[in-house]
Design a protein around this ligand. Structure first.
Ligand code: PLP
Length: 262
């Protein structure tokens, strides 16, 4: 029996590389029991997203209320929410149920360039959901969108943006620097009341990077209840993602940009 129940509140990716499908695989890989609240449907393959079908906000809340009135949950990963209404409903239900270890991946645009969050929902993400997050894990374009600033172009700018994101109220920010050029990928963890921590990992050369953000945030959620602090959960989640990228070319899931390996 697994001691840890981890919930993904996120969108479905039928191609299995990202979204709730990726989250469930990552939860299992870290020895946790996965549960899901489906917050949006997508039609997609390795070639891109061809459609997004939102779930009514009251039914997302209904799924959460039903699940949390029964199961004890040890951590939560929030991914694609699609609309402002769903973002508000999820934030409200997280507060109402007092959920622990809430990791928010502020999913906005897929690597294929398709939008996964309505532009009008960014404000709800910033003002309603981020104050309820224990950790938020934006990449550089998402951080720029949340802050309404240009993308950070170097490590010094990343540090400054990570600290500014903390002002929206999450307890910690992991700003992911994979979009910067360089042999190493550098991510920065800042938390209220502690010194910043930098994580370096070697850049893995593969075109199969679909689902990296989902896999990292769900791995962190699965590991937070199992590790002494956020930095060690992030470090182990990054090591897992690096291995998933190294093995990505073993998967043949279609003719486009393939998934990382779970
Ligand atoms: N589809 C869903 C449901 C997602 O949640 C995400 C990302 O978070 C994506 C697609 C896009 O994944 P990627 O940008 O890694 O291709």
């Amino acid at each position: 029996m697994s001691a840890y129940n981890i919930v993904s509140i996120a969108g479905s990716d039928p191609s299995g590389g990202a979204g709730i499908q990726a989250d469930l695989k990552a939860f299992s890989a870290h020895g946790a029991f996965g549960m899901t609240v489906v917050a949006a449907l997508t039609a997609q393959s390795t070639r891109g997203v061809t459609g997004v079908h939102p779930i009514p906000a009251d039914f997302v809340a209904h799924q959460m209320d039903t699940l949390f009135s029964d199961a004890t949950v040890h951590a939560v990963k929030v991914g694609m929410l699609g609309t402002a209404e769903v973002t508000e409903a999820v934030a409200e239900a997280i507060g109402r149920h007092g959920l622990p270890h809430v990791v928010v991946d502020p999913v906005m645009v897929a690597k294929s360039g398709d939008r996964l969050l309505e532009p009008s929902a960014v404000d709800a993400l910033r003002t309603r959901l981020l104050p309820r997050a224990d950790l938020v894990t934006p990449n550089l374009p998402e951080a720029a969108d949340l802050l309404g600033e240009p993308e950070a172009a170097d490590l010094a700018a990343m540090h400054e943006q990570a600290l500014r994101l903390l002002e929206f109220g999450p307890r910690a920010v992991l700003l992911k620097g994979g979009h910067l050029a360089g042999e190493d990928c550098v991510d920065i963890l800042v938390a209220q009341g502690s010194a910043p921590v930098e994580f370096r990992s070697p850049r893995v050369r593969t075109r199969n990077t679909h689902g990296t953000g989902c896999t990292l945030s769900s791995s962190i959620a699965a590991l937070l209840p199992q590790r002494p602090d956020t930095a060690s959960a992030v470090g182990d989640a990054k090591a897992y993602l690096t291995e998933a990228l190294r093995r990505a070319d073993e998967i043949d899931a279609g003719g486009g940009q393939g998934p990382v390996h779970h």
